[in-house]
Design a binder for this molecule. Structure first.
Ligand code: MN
Length: 254
């Protein structure tokens, strides 16, 4: 069993270490992760500069750990290209901070799992809903449990599982529930400050101000203390009644 682990918090992230230790119980673990923080890198890949991979030592029983100057999606490509044996599973995480609702679009954690899914590999993204003092034990244990079942059963084509775990000790954690993506609305506040040379710079400081917390959403599940598992696929096509859109774009009538 070969398991590829990556993340978007960087190869030194404690969540990656917790995940690597747990996954090593299931099989051979290869780690390919960004050399530094890449959160919110989305699904970017590197086309205009050389990609490097440097061997690192990790305090976990992994076969190999490589740090790259690339993005999270690059990591999955680097780990599977040029005849490298294909992993049975890609696990991305454990991310510090939830990846709920539209955050999935910005998330490097989710994009790495999506890249795995696009390559036809069973893939899981795991995040714990806390930035300051994340508890990784429960999420790592659940990731291992889920990983072994996914390896056995497989996932639908082009689908990865986006797992969000509330930041609770194992005993207080609610059951896993299958969810759909909710919707959080961010107000994109930008702090405007001045650098020491008097030039303005900007820093994102937006917080979600409202959300679709309806029952069944990932947001609601995590708020209720449950582990949220959302099957996500890359096809963003809207499948509502698009009769009026046909006329709008000038599509010829039959
Ligand atoms: Mn991150």
């Amino acid at each position: 069993m070969r398991i590829l682990i990556t993340n978007d918090d960087g190869i030194g992230a404690p969540g990656l270490l917790a995940l690597a230790r747990e996954m090593a119980e299931l099989g051979e673990v290869l780690v390919v992760a960004p050399e530094r923080q890449q959160s919110a890198a989305g699904h970017g890949i590197t086309l205009h500069k050389p990609l490097r991979m440097e061997p690192m030592s990790l305090d976990a029983p992994v076969v190999e750990a490589l740090a790259t100057n690339g993005t999270p999606a690059d990591c999955v490509i680097l780990a599977t290209a040029n005849g490298r044996p294909e992993p049975d599973l890609v696990v991305s995480g454990i991310n510090m901070g939830a990846n709920l609702a539209e955050e999935v679009l910005y998330s490097g954690t989710c994009s790495a799992a999506m890249e795995g899914a696009l390559l036809g590999i069973n893939s899981i993204a795991v995040s714990v809903a806390e930035y300051a003092a994340p508890i990784f034990e429960a999420s790592a244990a659940y990731a291992r449990q889920l990983a072994s079942r996914v390896i056995e059963e497989g996932l639908p084509e082009d689908v990865f599982l986006n797992v969000n775990v509330p930041n609770l000790p194992a005993g207080e954690l609610g059951a896993p529930v299958l969810t759909r993506l909710g919707r959080r609305r961010y107000v994109n506040e930008l702090d405007r400050r001045q650098d020491p040379r008097g030039r303005d710079y900007y820093w994102f400081s937006g917080e979600p101000t409202e959300c679709d917390c309806e029952p069944g959403t990932d947001v609601a599940a995590v708020l209720a203390g449950n582990i949220s598992v959302t099957p996500v696929h890359f096809d963003l096509t809207w499948r509502g009644n698009n009769g009026c859109l046909g006329a709008l774009i000038g599509e010829p009538e039959e």
